[in-house]
Design a protein around this ligand. Structure first.
Ligand SMILES: Cc1cc2nc3c(=O)[nH]c(=O)nc-3n(C[C@H](O)[C@H](O)[C@H](O)COP(=O)(O)OP(=O)(O)OC[C@H]3O[C@@H](n4cnc5c(N)ncnc54)[C@H](O)[C@@H]3O)c2cc1C
Length: 1014
C-alpha cells in the first residue's frame, strides 16, 4: 500500500504539472503592480512604507495631497524606487492633474485584483464568468469593524439586499459537479459578526449573542427560504468564542435546528482550534443536522502576535509556520472522519495542504463531490484551474465593496502574497522546487523553535523584557516584564470575575481600621464608602483618622525610618515583589472591589490592579539599579561614588480614579527607596486603600514603614502637609489642592530638617488633533474610548477633539452615532463602557458644566437613557466650541467632549497648546511629516500618535505632565525614584605614598553600617 506521503506527493506533483501548463506570475497584473511587489519582497522597509501608503491613498482627495504623501513615504528610502519617486514628484508638481489620478488609478487596479466588484450588480458579471469555468462563489461584504449601531444596521441591510440579488440572478445556475448538489447551495454568503454589532465585548457573551441574534435570524431565515447558504467568517481571536457560541446558540434554536446550510470557520493557526473543532462536532452530533466547516490557517497572524507581544501574554497562534500546516492536516482528517455530520471546505492556496486533503479523502473513501476547496478571488488562479480540471469542487471567496473599506482587506492580501513564510511567494515568486513544497510539515517543525507556550524562545522574561519594558540602562538579566492584562475572552476569566463579584458582595459593609506603627487602630468615627452605581449600597466603612492619629502616624514613621533606611535595598525590593505576588493572587477580588467602590468597568479595574503589580515590580527593579554606589569618574588614586539616601517621612495623598495603582505606585516608591510612608487614600476609595494596606501587611512590611490613614483631606491632609517631620509629599489629584500643597510645602517650619519636596501630579485638558488623512475607523474608536471610557474620569482622558475643517463633517458623521451606541450601565455587568461618576458632588459639578456648555456652545449629542439610580451622567458632546470657552479650558472630569473646528494644523497646534495644562495629547494622521511635527511641538507630558490617549503602561509609557498638570515627574519611569532620594557623593583618596590601585570598580557594595551578616 502506498504511504500517505507518497500519495500526497503524487497528487501535489499533478497539481503543479497542471499549474505549470498555464504559467502565471504571482501577480497577474503586469507592470506597476508587479514591480512594486517584487521590490516589497526584497526590502522590508519599502514594503512597510508601500502598504502604509496604499492604506492612506483612498482617503486623499486632492492631487497635491497624494504627491505630498508620496514624497513623505518614499523620498528617503534606499530602494531604487526613490529616484523614481523623486522624478515622479517633480513631474507631478508640474502636472498634478495627470500624475495623481494615474497613481490612484494604479492602486485602484491593485485593489480590484482582489475585490470582485463594487456592488452586487457589479459582482454578478464576475460570478457568471466563474460559473462558466465551473467555479462557485461565496460573497463577502468588505468593511469589517463598525463603530456604531447605525453602521451595523447598514451592513445588515446590505447583506440582506445582496442575498436577494444573488438568489434572483442565479436562479437557474446548476451545480458544477452535478452530484451531492444538495450539500452545496449555489448562493453562498460569508458574514462577519464585527460588521453586525459595534459594542462587542468578549466578556459580555450574552449581550453580544442577544444583539447579533437579532441581526442574524432574519438573514438565516431568508437564506433558508431562498435555498442559500450562510457562512460565518472567523476574525480575530478576541471574537472567536463569541462567534462559536453565537453559531451554536442560533442553530440549536427550533427554527434552525434542522437547517443544514450554515457554516463556520476553524483557524488551524490557533492552538485551541482542535478543541474547538471537536466541541463543534460534538455539538453537531447532538443537534442531529449537518453543518459546514471551512478550515483555514488564519488571516490575522501578524495582528495576533503583535497584540500578544504588547500585552505580554502568550500568543494564541502557533509560532512556527509548519505547526499551522501540520495542524491544518490533522484537522483535515478530523473533518473527514466526521463527514456524516460536517461538510468540509478547505480554504487554502497551499498545494501541499490541498493534496493532503485529497489524499485523506481518498484514503477514507469520501467522494470528491462531498467537500470543496475554497480560494480567494484574485489569487492562485492556476491552482483553481488545476483543481477544476481534476474535477474537484472549487469555490471562490469574492469580496465586494468600495476601495476605502476594502483597504484593510487589500493590505492583508498584500501581506499574504509577500510573506516570507507563505506558500504563494515560495511557489510563484521564488520557484522553490515542488519536492520541497510538498514535504510533510511535521518534519519541518523545529523541536526547539518558538513554539510551546512558556518555551524559552516564546516568552522568556529576558526576551520579553528587552522588547517590553526594560529601560536602556538596565543590565542584562535585570529586565522588566509587565504583568499581562486578564483576558476576558476566556470563560475561565469571566467566571472568576463573576465569582469575585459575588464574594465581594457578601462582604459589603465591612469595617476597616487605620494601620499605624504595625497596629490596627479604630476610632469612634466610621466613614461609609458607597457604590456610585447604587448609592444606597455601602461598600464598606473606613475608620476616620483625626489629628491625633496623624501625629501618631508621623511618630511611628519617623521611628521606623531610622531602621528602614539602613535596610539593604535588596530586602526592600523583595518586599515589593512579595506585595506584587499577593496583588496577583487577589487580582479578581481587588478588581471586584473597584467595580463596587469606584464604578470601574471590569477591564478598567483589572488594568488598575495590573498597574499596581507593575509598579511594585518595576520600582523593585529600579531600586536594584540605583541602590549600588556608582563610580563617577575613573581617575588614579581617588575614587568618588555617587549614591542615594532616602529623604525621611513621605506623605502619600492619592485620588480615587486609579484607587489601587496610584496609591500603590506612590507608596511603593517611597517604601523601596528606604523612606517611611503614611498613605492616605481618597475619601471615595477608602476600601481599596485598606485592601492595599492588607497586601503590604501580608507581604511583611515592618511596623511603621507603611502607615494607613483614612480621613478628611481638610483635616489630616492639611495637618500632615504642614508637618515639620514630613519630608516629602507625593500627591496626585486636583489642581486646586495640588497648588495649595505646593505653596504650603514652600514654608519652612521651626524644627524642620529638610526642604520639603513635592511630587505633584494634577489634571489635564487633553486634546487630540485629527488630521485630514486620518484613518476614520481608528480615529472614532480611539476618540470615543479616550473620552468616555471610565466615564471620562481619567486625568489622561480626551476632553478636546480638534478637527481640521476639511475633515470635520466626515468625523462628526460617525462620531455621534458611535457615542450613541455606547453601553451605559452598572459596571458589575460585563462589557459596560460608561458607568457612574464617582459621587454626588462630581455628578452635580459635571451637570453644571453641561449647562455652561449649553450656553457657550452647541449641544451636538447627549445620551437619552441612563440608569435611574446612581450617579450616571449621560455622555455629552459639544460642537462649535471656541478655545476661550470654559468648557474648552477647565477640567470637567466626566463624560463630556468638546469638539473644536480649526483651519489647519498650525491653528490646531495653537489651540491644543493653548491651555494651562500639559498632561496627555494625541494626533491621528498618516502623514509622516505632520506626525513628526506634532511629536516635536505638542505640549503634553505624554503624546500619543494614532492610538488612545489613556492607558499608560508602567515602564513603557512613564506618565506625568508639566505646566499646571504637574511638576514634571514620570510615574513608572526610570527616574521616578530619584524624587524620593537625596544624592550623596563619597570621595576617598586611595593612594598611599604615591601608590594607587590600578582601577576602581564601576559599582561597589552599598554603604551600610553595621554591615548585614552574610
Ligand atoms: C476561501 C478562503 C476563506 C478564508 N476565510 C478566512 C476566515 O474566515 N478567517 C481567517 O482568519 N482566515 C480565512 N482565510 C485564510 C487566510 O485568509 C489565508 O488565506 C490563509 O491563512 C493562507 O493560508 P494558505 O494555506 O493559503 O497559505 P500558506 O502559505 O500555506 O499559509 C500561510 C498561513 O500560515 C500561517 N502562518 C504564517 N506564518 C506563521 C508562523 N510563523 N507560525 C504559524 N503560522 C504561520 C498564517 O495563517 C498564514 O496565513 C480564508 C482563506 C481562504 C482561501
Amino acid at each position: 500500500m502506498r504511504s500517505l506521503q507518497s500519495d500526497v506527493e503524487q497528487r501535489g506533483t499533478r497539481i503543479f504539472e497542471l499549474v505549470d501548463k498555464h504559467p502565471e506570475r504571482l501577480f497577474s497584473k503586469a507592470g506597476f503592480y508587479q514591480r512594486l511587489m517584487a521590490l516589497s519582497m526584497h526590502d522590508e522597509r519599502f514594503k512597510t512604507q508601500l502598504f502604509r501608503f496604499v492604506a492612506v491613498l483612498p482617503s486623499l482627495r486632492r492631487s497635491r495631497e497624494i504627491i505630498q504623501h508620496l514624497q513623505e513615504y518614499f523620498s528617503d528610502s534606499n530602494d531604487g524606487f526613490s529616484p523614481l519617486v523623486g522624478m515622479g514628484v517633480r513631474v507631478a508638481r508640474l502636472v498634478p492633474w495627470i500624475s495623481a489620478p494615474v497613481l490612484r488609478w494604479n492602486v485602484s487596479e491593485m485593489a480590484r485584483q482582489f475585490i470582485a466588484g463594487r456592488n452586487p450588480d457589479d459582482v454578478i458579471a464576475t460570478l457568471r464568468k466563474r460559473q462558466a469555468q465551473k467555479i462557485g462563489f461565496t460573497v463577502d461584504v468588505l468593511g469589517e469593524a463598525v463603530v456604531s449601531e447605525a453602521e451595523a444596521d447598514e451592513y445588515s441591510a446590505r447583506y440582506a439586499d445582496l442575498l436577494e440579488k444573488l438568489a434572483r440572478e442565479t436562479r437557474d445556475w446548476a451545480d458544477p459537479l452535478g452530484k451531492n448538489a444538495e450539500l452545496f447551495p449555489v448562493v453562498n454568503l460569508s458574514v462577519k459578526i464585527s460588521a453586525l454589532y459595534s459594542q462587542m465585548s468578549p466578556a459580555a457573551l450574552a449581550d453580544a449573542i442577544a444583539h447579533l441574534g437579532t441581526k442574524l435570524r432574519p438573514l438565516l431565515r431568508r437564506a433558508r427560504q431562498l435555498g442559500a447558504f450562510i457562512n460565518i467568517d472567523m476574525e480575530s481571536y478576541a471574537l472567536k468564542n463569541t462567534t462559536l457560541e453565537l453559531f451554536k446558540t442560533i442553530l440549536t434554536e427550533a427554527e434552525f435546528k434542522d437547517w443544514p446550510h450554515a457554516g463556520i470557520v476553524i483557524q488551524a493557526y490557533l492552538r485551541d482550534s482542535e478543541g474547538d473543532l471537536r466541541d463543534l462536532i460534538e455539538w453537531g452530533c447532538a443537534r442531529g443536522t449537518r453543518f459546514a466547516v471551512r478550515l483555514v490557517k488564519g488571516a490575522y497572524w501578524d495582528y495576533e502576535t503583535t497584540k500578544s507581544g504588547q500585552n505580554g501574554s502568550n500568543p494564541p497562534v502557533f509560532l512556527q509556520k509548519p505547526e499551522s500546516d501540520a495542524n491544518f492536516e490533522k484537522l483535515t482528517r478530523l473533518l473527514f472522519e466526521n463527514n456524516s455530520v460536517v461538510t468540509p471546505a478547505f480554504g487554502s492556496h497551499n498545494v501541499r495542504s490541498i493534496a493532503h486533503a485529497q489524499a485523506v479523502a481518498d484514503e477514507l473513501g469520501i467522494d470528491r463531490s462531498r467537500f470543496e476547496f475554497q480560494l480567494l478571488y484574485g489569487m492562485a488562479g492556476p491552482i483553481k484551474r488545476a483543481l477544476v480540471e481534476m474535477r474537484y469542487r472549487v469555490r471562490e471567496y469574492c469580496p465586494i465593496g468600495e476601495l476605502l473599506p476594502g483597504m484593510a482587506y487589500l493590505v492583508r492580501r498584500l501581506l499574504e502574497n509577500t510573506s516570507n513564510e507563505g506558500f504563494l511567494r515560495a511557489k510563484f515568486a521564488e520557484n522553490v522546487p515542488a519536492k520541497e513544497l510538498l514535504r510533510d510539515p511535521k518534519e519541518l517543525i523545529k523541536p526547539n523553535g518558538p513554539s510551546q507556550p512558556g518555551s524559552s524562545v516564546t516568552i522568556s522574561a529576558e526576551n520579553r523584557g528587552k522588547k517590553n519594558g526594560a529601560s536602556l540602562d538596565t543590565t542584562a538579566g535585570d529586565s522588566f516584564r509587565n504583568a499581562p492584562l486578564v483576558s476576558f475572552i476566556y470563560k475561565d476569566s469571566q467566571d472568576k470575575m463573576q465569582s469575585a463579584l459575588r464574594e465581594v458582595r457578601k462582604r459589603l459593609g465591612e469595617k476597616h481600621p487605620l494601620y499605624i506603627g504595625g497596629e490596627k487602630i479604630w476610632t469612634d468615627n466610621l466613614t461609609p464608602s458607597v457604590n456610585p452605581a447604587e448609592p444606597t449600597e455601602i461598600v464598606g466603612y473606613g475608620t476616620e483618622a483625626g489629628v491625633d492619629e496623624a501625629e501618631r502616624a508621623v511618630k511611628a514613621a519617623r521611628a521606623a525610618f531610622e531602621k528602614w533606611r539602613w535596610t539593604p535595598f535588596e530586602e526592600r525590593a523583595q518586599l515589593l515583589e512579595r506585595a506584587a505576588d499577593i496583588l496577583e493572587r487577589r487580582r479578581y477580588e481587588l478588581s471586584a472591589v473597584e467595580v463596587f467602590e469606584v464604578g470601574k468597568p471590569w477591564s478598567e479595574a483589572d488594568a488598575d490592579i495590573r498597574e499596581a503589580i507593575d509598579f511594585c515590580r518595576f520600582y523593585g527593579q529600579q531600586m536594584r539599579r540605583l541602590g549600588r554606589p556608582k563610580l563617577t569618574q575613573q581617575v588614579p588614586g581617588e575614587e568618588s561614588y555617587h549614591h542615594y539616601w532616602p529623604r525621611g517621612v513621605v506623605f502619600v495623598i492619592a485620588p480615587w480614579n486609579f484607587p489601587m495603582a496610584i496609591l500603590c505606585g506612590m507608596a511603593s516608591a517611597g517604601v523601596v527607596t528606604g523612606n517611611a510612608v503614611i498613605m492616605k487614600p481618597s475619601e471615595q476609595s477608602i476600601i481599596c486603600g485598606a485592601m492595599l494596606m492588607q497586601v503590604f501587611e501580608e507581604a511583611g512590611v515592618p511596623p511603621g514603614v507603611l502607615n494607613f490613614l483614612s480621613g478628611h483631606g481638610s483635616v489630616i491632609g492639611a495637618h500632615l502637609v504642614d508637618h515639620k517631620d514630613v519630608d516629602l509629599i507625593a500627591f496626585t489629584g486636583s489642581r486646586e489642592v495640588g497648588l495649595k500643597i505646593w505653596e504650603s510645602a514652600g514654608i519652612t517650619r521651626p524644627g524642620q530638617r529638610e526642604l520639603k519636596r513635592v511630587i505633584c501630579e494634577m489634571g489635564g485638558k487633553n486634546a487630540m488633533i485629527v488630521d485630514a488623512d486620518t484613518d476614520l475607523d481608528e480615529t472614532i474608536m480611539y476618540s470615543i474610548y479616550s473620552a468616555f471610557g471610565f466615564q471620562g474620569q481619567k486625568c489622561s482622558a480626551l476632553s478636546r477633539l480638534i478637527l481640521l475643517e476639511e475633515n470635520y463633517d466626515r468625523v462628526m458623521e460617525r462620531l455621534i452615532p458611535a457615542a450613541a451606541s455606547l453601553r451605559i450601565g452598572n459596571p458589575e455587568q460585563p462589557g459596560i463602557v460608561v458607568g457612574p461618576v464617582i459621587d454626588e458632588p462630581a455628578y452635580r459639578r459635571i451637570l453644571e458644566y453641561i449647562e455652561i456648555g449649553k450656553k457657550e456652545a452647541k449641544l451636538a449629542y447627549q445620551a437619552k437613557e441612563v440608569p435611574p439610580h446612581g450617579y450616571f451622567v449621560p455622555p455629552t458632546i459639544f460642537t462649535d466650541v471656541k478655545p476661550n470657552m470654559r468648557i474648552a479650558r477647565e477640567e470637567i472630569f466626566g463624560p463630556v467632549l468638546s469638539v473644536l473646528k480649526v483651519r489647519d494644523l498650525d491653528e490646531a497646534l495653537e489651540v491644543a497648546n493653548g491651555t494651562d495644562y500639559a498632561l496627555t495629547g494625541g494626533f491621528f494622521s498618516r502623514s509622516p511629516d505632520n506626525i513628526e511635527r506634532i511629536k516635536a511641538r505638542l505640549e503634553a507630558g505624554n503624546v500619543y500618535i494614532n492610538r488612545s490617549c489613556t492607558g499608560a503602561i508602567v515602564g513603557r509609557h512613564p506618565f506625568g505632565g508639566f505646566k499646571m498638570s504637574g511638576s514634571g515627574t514620570k510615574a513608572g519611569g526610570e527616574d521616578y525614584l530619584l524624587h524620593f532620594l537625596v544624592p550623596r557623593v563619597v570621595t576617598e583618596n586611595t593612594s598611599r605614598h604615591g601608590f594607587a590601585p590600578e582601577k576602581s570598580p564601576e559599582y561597589r557594595d552599598e554603604f551600610l553600617w553595621p554591615k548585614p551578616q552574610q
